[in-house]
Design a protein around this ligand. Structure first.
Ligand SMILES: NC(=O)C1=CN([C@@H]2O[C@H](COP(=O)(O)OP(=O)(O)OC[C@H]3O[C@@H](n4cnc5c(N)ncnc54)[C@H](O)[C@@H]3O)[C@@H](O)[C@H]2O)C=CC1
Ligand SMILES: O=C(O)[C@@H]1CCC=N1
Length: 278
């Protein structure tokens, strides 16, 4: 990754699922594992990260953060305040770029918990990052330099697509769309599988066909370049089977149902942020 090659020290605080997927992406893209340090209290996870990627592992956040130009916070929102407070001396001494991937934790909270002025990128990735097909929204505060923006983009981009969001308030919408979004598509595949079984198809065949249809539709959305509505129209022969299904979706208010679900998820993100006030 020439322009995107990272040659600065990165500390991951939290070595769970999301951290693992981001670390895997960086190492696959050629980043030297010796530049990556991970703090993870769970010894089994620590050993697995060391064995699988050759990264440095520590039990404590402060040990991993020592000398890091980028500190990526990959812990659950509930422990974020304690973790930031423990990192305060390192953050104040080293002035690193701080990247948080925690749902619902705001930039001003992170600044406050880390002891004041600090460059922060708030990000919302999603679980397809585990297979290199993630989608992340990124939002930076004013202290983040152009170089640091590039670093954040490289780290999140190593696991898929990274999109900058200007207004932090919109990060709750990103969470509701792409953060939670994989679950919506999984639900649709579940429902399609069950529906096909109800119509007489064996379950194995129903799951295989529903899964591959989701993959095929996703790849066409990315690779064809046409708008989703155009791709949909191309499948829909007048008076045919697709039209019958789409008419039924419309009669059930599918678009309104989706709009209500995304509104509920956005609102929940706001509530979670309010709960973690401090
Ligand atoms: N799972 C998802 O779909 C998404 C999750 N996120 C966010 O990513 C963050 C991490 O989520 P996951 O990786 O799914 O969770 P996870 O539970 O797999 O990983 C969190 C890790 O943090 C470790 N940890 C706990 N206390 C610690 C401390 N004091 N210092 C260092 N490490 C500590 C835990 O042992 C655990 O391994 C969360 O804030 C979540 O909101 C963001 C986007 C999507
Ligand atoms: O459901 C949640 O709250 C988290 C945020 C995005 C995906 N999982």
């Amino acid at each position: 990754m020439p322009e995107t090659q990272l040659n600065v020290r990165i500390a991951f605080v939290g070595g769970g699922n999301m951290a693992r997927s981001l670390i895997g992406g960086l190492v696959r893209q050629g980043m030297a594992p010796s530049l990556i340090a991970v703090a993870e209290p769970n010894a089994e996870l620590r050993e697995a990260l060391s064995r699988d990627f050759g990264v440095g592992v520590h039990a404590e956040g402060a040990a991993a953060a020592a000398g890091a130009a980028v500190i990526l916070l990959a812990v659950k929102p509930q422990v974020m305040r304690t973790v930031c407070e423990s990192l305060q001396p390192a953050v104040q001494a080293q002035a690193p770029l701080l990247i948080s991937i925690a749902a619902g934790i705001r930039i001003d909270q992170l600044e406050h918990w880390c002891g004041g002025s600090v460059a922060v990128v708030r990000s919302m990735p999603n679980t397809p990052a585990l297979v290199g097909a993630g989608a992340s929204g990124l939002c930076a505060n004013a202290q983040v330099s152009a170089v640091q923006r590039g670093q954040a983009e490289t780290i999140l981009g190593a696991a898929g697509l990274a999109v900058w969001i200007d207004e932090e308030a919109q990060m709750d919408v990103v969470t509701a769309l792409s953060g939670s979004g994989p679950a919506y598509f999984f639900l649709l595949v579940e429902a399609l599988e069950d529906a096909a079984v109800a119509q007489g198809l064996p379950r194995d065949a129903a799951r295989a066909l529903a899964t591959q249809t989701a993959l095929g539709a996703g790849r066409m959305l990315r690779e064809d370049g046409e708008a989703p509505a155009v791709l949909r129209q191309r499948v829909t022969s007048p008076g045919g089977t697709t039209q019958a299904a789409l008419d039924s979706f419309a009669a059930s208010g599918l678009r309104e149902t989706v709009a209500r679900a995304v509104a509920a998820a956005t609102e929940r993100g706001r509530e979670l942020a309010a709960k973690s006030e401090g």
